[in-house]
Design a protein around this ligand. Structure first.
Ligand SMILES: Nc1ncnc2c1ncn2[C@@H]1O[C@H](COP(=O)(O)OP(=O)(O)OP(=O)(O)O)[C@@H](O)[C@H]1O
Length: 251
């Protein structure tokens, strides 16, 4: 079973066709990068998958279940978690508390007293695991607002994976980072997504080619190619429409 499938998904805002029939099948454990020029519809595609916008037509299937008409929290509970370009952190809470909120939310912190006690213990253990994964154990008590930029982005990734979702959507996870910070972020993303399915929108071609098993190319709302990095690099249509010299930069 695929982790995620899009079947002829379309989105229009008024008369403007923004996504023009996207078809995609992402296998369990696969890492897929979505690339394309500014305004191609990449964020819109993520907004459709995560339920923020309803699709105009077509079908979105997560872990075998049709999620096309579900709300974001319902999709989240079914195993899909998403990070945002814009920071999603509680800046006045500590690193630990930020992660704890994310874990408790995913556990559905609203049941009976006894379940809640069990839930709290589970949450603590889960937070410890995520802290270790994102390398922020020593900053656990630090307020999120005073972390370095790269640490904040690592915490956001931690919050995204904290609930144990099997499909992770990352929107430009290395935006605004220096080369060395983004190299470290690639390693972090690789580590925390082992055994999970990753979809990411990313403009930095060295990140894309460093992480992705497959690359989907979106141009004006149409997916013009979806293939291995090597094939995308050599795809004439992709080069003409978008990639240009960017592959040389990444090589
Ligand atoms: N809520 C909306 N209402 C109307 N038009 C929208 C809406 N959201 C996005 N669009 C339009 O859809 C098009 C695609 O935007 P989108 O943000 O998805 O592109 P993108 O590929 O993510 O771009 P970038 O790389 O610059 O982030 C743009 O022309 C944008 O103006």
């Amino acid at each position: 079973m695929n982790a995620l499938e899009l079947k002829d998904v379309r989105k229009q805002f008024g008369a403007a066709q923004i996504i023009r029939g996207a078809n995609l099948a992402v296998a369990q454990g696969e890492r897929l990068a979505v690339i394309g020029p500014n305004g191609a519809g990449k964020s819109t595609l993520f907004n459709l998958i995560s339920g923020r916008f309803p699709a105009s037509s077509g079908e979105i299937v997560l872990n075998g279940e049709n999620i096309t008409r579900l709300k974001p929290y319902q999709i989240n509970r079914r195993g899909l978690a998403r990070s945002f370009q814009i920071s999603n952190l509680f800046v006045h809470l500590s690193v630990y508390e930020n992660l704890r909120c994310a874990v408790l939310w995913s556990l559905g912190y609203k049941y009976s007293f006894w379940q809640r006690l069990g839930g709290l213990r589970d949450a603590h253990e889960r937070v410890e695991i995520v802290l270790e994964q994102i390398g922020l154990q020593r900053q656990r008590a630090v307020l999120a607002g005073v972390l370095s930029y790269a640490e904040q982005r690592a915490l956001e990734i931690g919050i995204t994976i904290a609930g144990g979702a099997n499909v992770i959507l990352l929107d430009e996870p290395t935006a605004g980072m220096s080369r060395s910070e983004s190299d470290a972020a690639v390693e972090l993303i690789r580590k925390v997504t082992i055994g999970k399915t990753l979809l990411m929108v990313e403009h930095d071609m060295s990140v894309v080619f460093g992480l992705a098993d497959r690359i989907a190319v979106l141009v004006y709302g149409e997916m013009i190619a979806c293939d291995t990095p090597a094939n995308i690099r050599n795809n004439a249509a992709v080069q003409a429409a978008y990639l240009g010299g960017a592959d040389e930069e990444a090589a």
